[in-house]
Design a protein around this ligand. Structure first.
Ligand code: SF4
Length: 352
C-alpha cells in the first residue's frame, strides 16, 4: 500500500485500504479517540491488507482489544514518573539518565509502554527552560556517565535541534556516551541523511543508536541502507525488540530478526518482555512462554545473535534478565523477582 503521507486516523486508514469501512463505526474508532495513531508511508507500504494476521498491521493498526484494561495494567508501567527529579529526566540507575526531550513519535505502536505519555495529547516537547534545567541536572552530577535520549522518538527532532542538544552535552566532561532510542531508521529511513548523522556525532562523545524493530520484514532495503549510513559514520548500533504475541512469538521469526540485525552490524541487545501498559494484554505472553521461546534460540543461532531477554519490573524497580536466578517460578505459577537492589517482587504484580 503506497501512501504519500503519515496516516493519523481510522478514517485515513480506511481511505488507504488498510482497514475495512466498518472500522470507522466500531471499537477501533474509540481507540483512535483515546490513543494516538500514526503510520508513516514506509510502514503502510509493509502491510498486507489481505492478511488478517499481518505482523506489521498488528503493531500499528488500532484494535478494539486496546479498550480492555486489565487489573494489573498501569498508566506508568515502569515507574518513570516516580524517578523524574526534573521534567524530561528519569534517573533510575546511578550512572545514567533518560533525557526525554520529546514525547512524539513518527509512528505509534499499539503496545507502547509509554502510551499514556506520548502523542499529541501526551507530555509534549520540553520547553527551553525545562531543557536548560534537564541539562543542568546532568551537568551537576559527575556520576552520570551516559545520557539516553528517548521519549517519544528523539530522531523526530530536526538536525539543527539535535546538533544544539549534542553540543550542549559536549560541554559536560563526565558524560562519555550518548544513546538514542529510535524507530526512525525503519519507519522513516530517508530521514537518516548526512546532516542528521553529523548532528548525532556533534557531541564528540561515543554515540550509540538503539534501533527498535520487532519483525524481520521491517528491515527493508531502505531501512538497511539507513542503518549503514549510521554505522559507516562510526555510530555504534544495538537493537531493541519487544516480544509480542502475534508478531514475533516464534523462534524462527526471532532468529531471522536477530540474524538480520547482525548482518547489518547491529548488535542484538534487549528482547523486552512486554510491559503492563493499559489495553495491551492481547500482546502479552506469560514469562514461562517467553523463557521457553528464548531458550529455543540457544544453539539455533550464533552467539552474536543472542539478545538478553529482559523484564522491566513493574513500578520502576529496574530491569532484570529473565533467564537468570533473579527470576524464579513459584509453585503457584507466579514468579518471584529480585531487583538490582535486592528487593523482592511478584510477577505478575499482586493487586488488591
Ligand atoms: S516508537 Fe517507542 S515511544 Fe513511540 S509509540 Fe513506539 S514504543 Fe512508544
Amino acid at each position: 500500500m503506497t501512501t504519500a503521507r503519515t496516516l493519523r486516523s481510522v478514517a485515513e486508514l480506511v481511505d488507504a485500504g488498510l482497514m475495512p469501512p466498518e472500522a470507522q463505526h466500531a471499537g477501533a474508532a474509540k481507540v483512535g479517540e483515546r490513543y494516538a495513531i500514526a503510520l508513516t508511508p514506509a510502514v503502510a507500504a509493509l502491510i498486507d491488507p489481505d492478511d488478517p494476521h499481518d505482523p506489521i498491521a498488528r503493531q500499528f493498526l488500532p484494535d478494539p482489544a486496546e479498550l480492555l484494561v486489565r487489573a494489573e495494567e498501569r498508566a506508568d508501567p515502569i515507574g518513570d514518573l516516580a524517578h523524574s527529579p526534573v521534567a524530561g529526566i528519569v534517573h533510575r540507575y546511578p550512572d545514567r539518565v533518560l533525557l526525554k526531550a520529546v514525547h512524539v513519535c513518527p509512528v505509534y505502536c499499539r503496545f507502547c509502554f509509554r502510551r499514556e505519555m506520548v502523542g499529541p495529547s501526551g507530555l509534549g516537547t520540553l520547553a527551553p527552560d525545562e531543557l536548560d534545567a534537564a541539562i543542568a541536572y546532568v551537568a551537576a552530577r559527575p556520576e552520570i556517565w551516559e545520557v539516553i535520549l528517548t521519549g517519544g522518538d528523539p530522531l523526530v527532532l530536526s538536525a539543527r535541534r539535535l546538533r544544539d542538544l549534542m553540543e550542549r552535552l559536549a560541554a559536560i566532561d563526565h558524560v562519555k556516551v550518548v544513546r538514542f532510542h529510535t524507530r526512525v531508521p525503519v519507519v522513516e529511513p530517508d530521514r537518516i541523511d548526512a546532516e542528521l548523522v553529523e548532528a548525532l556525532k556533534a557531541s564528540g562523545k561515543t554515540t550509540y543508536v538503539a534501533l527498535h524493530a520487532n519483525h524481520p520484514r521491517e528491515l527493508t532495503a531502505q531501512a538497511r541502507a539507513a542503518c549503514a549510513r549510521l554505522v559507516d559514520a562510526g555510530i555504534a548500533m544495538i537493537s531493541q525488540t519487544v516480544l509480542l504475541k502475534g508478531v514475533n512469538d516464534d523462534a524462527g521469526v526471532l532468529a531471522e530478526l536477530m540474524r538480520a540485525f547482525v548482518e547489518n552490524r547491529i548488535r542484538p541487545y534487549y528482547l523486552h518482555h512486554p510491559d503492563l501498559a493499559p489495553g495491551t494484554g492481547h500482546f502479552r505472553l506469560g514469562l514461562a512462554e517467553g523463557r521457553a521461546l528464548v531458550e529455543q534460540l540457544r544453539g539455533r543461532i550464533s552467539g552474536l545473535c543472542q539478545p538478553t531477554y529482559i523484564l522491566d519490573i513493574p513500578g520502576g524497580h529496574g530491569k532484570v534478565p529473565v533467564l537468570s536466578d533473579a527470576v524464579r517460578e513459584s509453585d503457584d505459577g507466579c514468579f518471584r523477582i529480585r531487583d538490582f537492589r535486592g528487593g523482592e517482587h511478584s510477577y505478575p504484580p499482586r493487586h488488591d
